[in-house]
Each structure stands twice: as C-alpha cells, then as structure tokens.
Design a protein around this ligand. Structure first.
Ligand SMILES: [Zn+2]
Length: 254
C-alpha cells in the first residue's frame, strides 16, 4: 500500500481533490464565522452607545423639567404671599369704610385674592405631583442607564477580546488555506471560489445529507449518489451547482 502510494505520488486522484477542497471549505467557513462574530459585536457596541446617549438626554430633560416645576412653585408661593398681604390690607381697610360701595369693592377684592391663593395652591400641588412622578421616572431611567452602561463595558471587552483572539486564529487559518490552495489545481480552485461566491452560505462543497444536497437540500437521485460515493468524478448538484462529496470522505459520521 505504501509503495503504491509512493509510485503514484505525482498522480492526484479525484478523491484527493475532493478531500482537499473539503478541507479548504472547512478553513474558509471558520474564517467566515470569525468575521460574522466580529461583524455583529461592533454593531451591538454602537447600538448600546446610541441607547445610552438617548437615555442620558432624556435624563437631562427630566432634570430640567423638575427645575422648572421648582421655579414655578417658588413663583406661586410668592404670589400667595402677595395675595395674603393684600387680604390683610383690605381687611384692615374694611374697618374704616365710609359706604356700602366701598365695602362691596373691598369684599370683592378679598374674595378675588382668596381665589388667587386657591389657584396658586392648586398649581403648587400639580407641580409637586409632577415632580414626584418625574423623580420616579428618573429613578427607573437611572437604573436602566446603569444596566446599559454595564452591558457596554461587557460588550466592549468581549469585542476587544475577540479581536485580539481571532486575529491570530484568522491569520493562522488564512496561512493554512493559502498553503492548501497551492496543492489544488488552479482551474478547480477558480471553480470552487466562483461557486462559493454565488452561494448564500459560502459553501462551495457539501456532503450528502439524507439523500439530499447539503447545500440546497434537493433530493439527489440514487444513481448520482452512487457516483458520488465512487469518488471518480467531480459531481455538482444540478440544482445549486455546489460540488458534492461523500460524507465519509468529508469525515462526517452519519
Ligand atoms: Zn444543491
């Protein structure tokens, strides 16, 4: 057996070609996975940063609103003080009225200032209620913001870790793939790359799964399956154009 292999050293069988292509596929699929992994994390980090910025803006707006309510409370208190002083003055004037008309006018003024006080008190209650409500919202928002910030720290470190980890892994895989590519005849390699480019999942060579193409999952006729098992010809799926390989040759246990 060993001598047979040695004598046929220059001759590359279809089986060898299929095996090399499948190995290459495994490597490039791993590179694809790394890219996908990295491709999603920066986006997640960006999304978190945007969300945090949005929450912080909302928090600032709430705090500004609370300040406005507080200012309004001070204004209404001043109005109450003014109205109370006026009422006191009018009441003292009541003792010195000279006629009914003056009495009626002063009574109306006192009544009016009383209504003003009630109105201001209502405004103060409303502002205090609104402040309480906003403070609750601020508490919830702050909690959410803290959670998001913690998520961001986590995601950022994950991303940095993945970048530093996968960089080496990817370089290693690329090197291995490059070396392997040299052992594959250029025409076949070009075909492989072309098929891979056109395939949505990046698979150019697939193994038979449950009598179907492992790429598009269309049923493969028994005769064709037999031919694939024989490993004497390179056979492509008639539906998706992917190269098909016997699961055993691909190292898959059925
Ligand atoms: Zn197919």
């Amino acid at each position: 057996m060993a001598t047979d292999k040695q004598s046929a050293e220059k001759e590359i069988t279809v089986e060898d070609k299929l095996s090399a292509l499948y190995q290459l596929q495994t490597m490039v699929t791993d590179i694809d996975k790394i890219k996908t992994l990295r491709g999603e994390l920066p986006l997640e980090v960006q999304d978190l940063e945007d969300e945090i910025a949005g929450l912080e803006t909302r928090l600032q707006n709430y705090q500004t609103e609370i300040k406005e309510y507080e200012t309004s409370v001070v204004e209404q208190r001043n109005k109450i003080t003014e109205s109370t002083a006026l009422i006191e003055r009018y009441k003292s004037q009541l003792d010195n009225v000279r006629n009914n008309r003056e009495f009626d006018n002063l009574s109306k003024e006192i009544e009016f200032q009383g209504l003003e006080i009630e109105f201001s008190e209502k405004k103060i209650r409303e502002a205090n209620d609104a402040t309480g409500y906003k403070k609750e919202e601020i508490a919830q928002l702050t909690e959410r913001l803290d959670g998001r910030k913690a998520d961001l720290v986590q995601k950022k470190s994950e991303l940095e870790e993945i970048i530093s980890e996968t960089k080496q892994e990817e370089e290693k895989l690329r090197e291995k793939a490059k070396k392997l590519e040299l052992s594959i005849e250029p025409r076949l390699l070009t075909a492989f790359k072309r098929i891979r480019k056109g395939a949505r999942n990046g698979l150019a060579i697939v193994y038979i799964q449950r009598d179907a193409c492992g790429g598009c999952f269309n049923k493969i006729p028994p005769q064709k399956q037999m031919d694939i098992k024989l490993r004497k010809k390179i056979i492509v799926c008639e539906y998706c154009g992917r190269i098909m390989i016997d699961p055993e040759l691909a190292g898959i246990e059925e």
